[in-house]
Write a protein that binds this ligand. Structure first.
Ligand code: 6PG
Length: 246
């Protein structure tokens, strides 16, 4: 399935589009079924989550969503770099979501143990397809080096492993991370890349034009096996011209 590319004038309109999809997805669910949503980290989703909590807090049945994380930094949940802290401060604290619907990666614990325990929790809580968990919706960001979640260019083997969550290191800061692996991500129902800002324009263009240097970008290896892939971009990140794509 070819990726669907949606370009928005600004990040708020991108967030509103995603909110609409979230609302429709929840409405389409059997009342007893909860939507499984894997969240991305970093600064882009912070703006999107803030917009969602500011404009859709009462419009989304948040209690019908189970929240998971695509990756986490190996820091405590109150650390400034914690993805959980970012989501709590921009979304969770403003919406009516039961605590038992939030599945946090224990970044404060031993990384290998936390990755294994989280894998077991996802196996237990997320419906399976083809024998492994399949998130209904999965949000991903894009790093300027082509990383996504916390799968960095040196971690391409994580698209082959059967492990669901692995420990990696940020190539610049050496910070340990816990990340969903390629097999788990690509088993999602629908994946959304949320990419904004002109600093991402070049890496987006390299991926969309299948440039040689992008062949080993983890983000370029994200292809849902049976699901849909959306690229939600603002105009700054989508400086490529459509004629380039012919
Ligand atoms: C993380 C993210 C990472 C992020 C990209 C983009 O934990 O940092 O999972 O993959 O999505 O690095 O980050 P920005 O949105 O901050 O540019």
């Amino acid at each position: 399935m070819n990726p669907q590319i949606n370009i928005f004038p600004d990040i708020n309109q991108l967030a509103a589009f995603f909110a609409g999809i979230l609302i429709d997805k929840i409405k389409s669910l059997d009342r007893k079924r909860k939507l499984t949503l894997s969240l991305s980290g970093g600064s882009t989703p912070a703006v999107i989550f803030k917009y969602l909590s500011g404009n859709f807090a009462s419009k989304v049945n948040w209690s019908q969503i189970c929240f998971f994380f695509g990756d986490e930094r190996c820091v405590p949940p109150d650390h400034p770099e914690s993805n959980f802290k970012m989501v709590y401060e921009n979304l969770f604290q403003f919406i009516d979501v039961p605590e038992e619907n939030i599945f946090r990666i224990r970044g404060e614990n031993d990384p290998d143990t936390a990755a294994l325990e989280y894998s077991e929790q996802v196996i237990d809580k997320v419906p399976h397809r083809d024998g492994i968990p399949s998130f209904d919706l999965c949000l991903l960001g894009l790093g300027e080096d082509g990383h996504t979640a916390s799968i960095f260019p040196g971690d391409i083997h994580l698209f082959e492993t059967d492990t669901l969550y692995a420990v990696t290191r940020h190539p610049v800061t050496s910070q340990k991370r816990i990340t969903a692996t390629g097999k788990l991500l690509n088993n999602s129902g629908t994946i959304f890349f949320l990419v904004t800002g002109k600093q991402k324009a070049d890496v987006v263009r390299q991926i969309f034009l299948h440039k040689e240097e992008s062949k080993h970008y983890p983000a370029a290896l994200i292809r849902p096996k049976q699901g849909n892939l959306f690229w939600l971009l603002d105009q700054q990140a989508a400086l490529f011209h459509y004629e380039d794509l012919k």
